[in-house]
Design a protein around this ligand. Structure first.
Ligand code: E4P
Length: 215
């Protein structure tokens, strides 16, 4: 499973990239706004740190405007991916960009039908939001299982980015379900490698060692 970082914070990306855990980055307008920096500058900086795909989302809602925006963003860095909303205009833009060899990530996917439409339109990635579905009492992970089956059934090249990840179980269950990628907030990442029994084990080993060496 590939891990993307779901953040636009450059310091966080640099710190976690040192661990060899970052295969790519996803951003959205809310994450960019939180940084209070110029959109292009942030995306270019992230693209220079992480060699993998970096998603940058268009703001336009009309297909022709989306395409204009996408073509400009696509020139910012070779590894930039155009993130588009799951709308009719977004599907049109996805299809047009795929024809030009520009990579896309169709975002705000909440149903299997939406994922199927985006894959058929030629999306490189689709982003189903598991946390936001859980929030309304619908199983986000069930959607991941459905999308994985659909993609495998028809041999789509589209990869699933499990998004809106809120907890450790989301990551574990997404991996079991065969999600290709999980995009994870930096703050959640330590819960993937930490376990209280590991800490207790280290403490016990060191105290036994110190007793033996007379410390
Ligand atoms: C990623 O592409 C999404 O924008 C992100 O995972 C959304 O997460 P949220 O539901 O926690 O805002």
């Amino acid at each position: 499973m590939k891990f993307f970082l779901d953040t636009a914070n450059v310091e966080e990306i640099k710190r976690i990239a040192r661990l060899g855990l970052v295969d790519g980055v996803t951003t959205n307008p809310s994450l960019i706004a939180k940084e209070g920096r110029d959109f292009k500058e942030v995306i270019q900086e992230i693209c220079s740190i992480v060699p993998g795909p970096v998603s940058a989302e268009v703001i336009s809602t009309k297909a022709e405007d989306m395409l204009r925006e996408a073509e400009e963003i696509a020139q910012w860095a070779p590894n930039v991916v155009i993130k588009l909303p799951m709308t009719e205009d977004g599907l049109y833009a996805t299809h047009a960009l795929a024809a030009k060899g520009i990579k896309t990530n169709v975002t705000l996917i909440f149903s299997a039908a939406q994922g199927l439409m985006a894959a058929k339109a030629g999306a490189t990635y689709i982003s189903p939001f598991v946390g936001r579905l859980d929030d309304i009492g619908v199983s986000g992970m069930n959607l991941i299982r459905e999308l994985k089956t659909i993609i495998d059934n028809y041999g789509f090249k589209t990869e699933i980015i499990v998004a809106s990840v809120r907890n450790l179980a989301h990551v574990e269950q997404a991996a079991i379900a065969g999600g290709h990628i999980a995009t994870i907030p930096g703050s959640l990442l330590p819960s993937l490698w930490k376990h209280p029994l590991t800490d207790i084990g280290i403490e016990k080993f060191l105290s036994d060692w110190n007793k033996m060496s007379g410390k």
